[in-house]
Design a binder for this molecule. Structure first.
Ligand code: MN
Length: 245
């Protein structure tokens, strides 16, 4: 039996110690018995660059991931909109393999397409424009070339602006676009789809060109933890018990 676990949208940060504890417990417990753990973005509330790896909070997370990898669980990471600046140094320190999205994996013999999910929110054209800009190699190089404190300050300012903008955006705008989902499923040969980002956990059935496709949306870890487990029997979403600490 091959068992893969999926999480996303943990938004780990030093000011949310209960969720951090829950994640460390999850790595030591549920994830340690799995063959693979896929983290589908927004593991960190934000990531200013791999040169901030030595910061104690970041080190505690990368050490826990590295320990899990050392015990034999394969670790894969897809960048989210909050931590798209995670790079090869962090991946190496954490024993993770970075995957470019969308990534077509074979999970317990089922073709399964993995992505963070923000590219599916195509109705939010202002966000998509911002995303295109910051994902360019030149933008990334220029941003990472600036001093760390300056980057951190700019990210804080950006987040403030994004929170304000979100208040003016409708629920429909913030969810996936059905056409974008169909197009993606068609392009990749009608696979199973797993993503996060929208913080609207659930299981959806799509029919694209007559093909049935299952779509799983992962939950966020703001109030409680949860994960998706996929094996030969299929996928199930499971809640995590509260932290033992
Ligand atoms: Mn996100």
């Amino acid at each position: 039996m091959s068992v893969a676990l999926f999480v996303s949208d943990l938004h780990l940060c030093p000011t949310r110690p209960a969720i951090v504890r829950l994640f460390l417990d999850f790595l030591a417990d549920q994830a340690a018995t799995a063959d693979a753990l896929y983290i589908l973005g927004d593991m960190f509330d934000y990531w200013a660059g791999d040169d901030n790896l030595a910061e104690p909070f970041n080190t505690s997370i990368s050490n826990a991931l590295k320990a899990l990898a050392g015990r034999g669980t394969q670790l894969f990471f897809i960048r989210g909109n909050r931590d798209f600046l995670i790079g090869a140094d962090f991946a190496r320190a954490s024993g993770m393999t970075l995957l470019d999205e969308p990534y077509l994996a074979t999970i317990a013999d089922v073709p399964t397409l993995l992505l963070h999910g923000d590219i599916l929110c195509s109705d939010d054209t202002a966000y998509q424009e911002f995303r295109r800009e910051v994902r360019q190699t030149a933008w990334r190089a220029a941003f990472l070339g600036r001093p760390l404190p300056e980057r951190q300050a700019q990210i804080e300012a950006l987040r403030e602006r994004s929170e304000q903008a979100k208040r003016g955006k409708s629920d429909a705008l913030m969810d996936v676009n059905a056409g974008a989902v169909s197009d993606l499923l068609r392009t990749y040969g009608y696979p199973r789809l797993i993503h996060g980002h929208t913080h609207r956990p659930g299981q959806h059935q799509h029919r694209v060109d007559g093909y049935p496709c299952e779509r799983w949306v992962l939950g966020d870890w703001y109030e409680k933890g949860s994960y998706l487990i996929c094996d030969e029997r299929g996928c199930r979403a499971l809640p995590l018990p509260p932290s033992k600490a």
